[in-house]
Design a protein around this ligand. Sequence first.
Ligand SMILES: *Cc1c(COP(=O)(O)O)cnc(C)c1O
Length: 216
Amino acid sequence: MSRINEVCSRVGRDRSNIRILPVTKTFPIEAVQFALDFGFNAVGENRVQEVASKQGGYRGKIIWELIGHLQGNKVNLALEHFDKIQSVDSIKLINRLGRAVEERGMQLPIQLQFNTGDDPAKYGFSTNDMKPALDAVLQFPGLQLEGLMTIAPLTEDKSIVRDTFARLNTLKKQIEGEYKLSLAELSMGMSGDLEMAIEEGSTCIRVGTALFGKRS
Ligand SMILES: *Cc1c(COP(=O)(O)O)cnc(C)c1O
C-alpha cells in the first residue's frame, strides 16, 4: 500500500513499525485466503457469530483478531474462534474474560478499547476509566495487555479525528509511565483515516475497504 509508504517517508517513521490488519468482516472466507496469499498473518473481524459460521478450517491457519464489541454471553464462543481481542471495552468484560482464561489455563493477548473521540455511538472506556481498567486487567495473569485501540468518530472534521488518535497515544505513554509496562500496540486508523493515524503513532491500521473493496 503506497499510502503507507508515502506517509512514513513524510513523517519519518519506519514502515516496519506499522502493521496492516486486513479486516475481512462481511466478506466470504476467500478474503482470508487472499490475506494469506499476500503474506498477512492475521485478520480482523467484528462479529463472533459471523466468524463462527464461516471460519471452518482456517481456525489455526491465521491469527484471528476480534475488533468489535463482545457481549458477555459470547465470551466462550469468542475464545473458541479468536486468538486476540482488541476490543476489550468494559470492566465487566475484563472480569469475564479473565475468569474464562483462568479456567482454561490459557493466555489471551488483549487490547483495551478507549473512546478517545468521546463518540456516543462508539464503545470503549473513557480516559477517566484508565486506572480501574488497568487495575482490573492486572488482576489476571492470563490477560496479556498488548496495547490500546480506538475508532475515530465518523466526521468531516479532521481535527476531531486527529485528536482522537493523539489522545490514545498520550494515554499509552501515561499508562507505560504509571504502570511501568510497555505497550507495543496502538491500533488506530482505518481505510479512511490511516494517514492521520500513522502520523499520530499508530502501530496497527485495520484496513477493510481499501484492500477488499466496498462492503455490501
Ligand atoms: C470495519 C472496521 C474496520 C475497517 O474499516 P474500513 O473502513 O473498511 O477500512 C476497522 N476497524 C473496525 C473496528 C471495524 O469495525
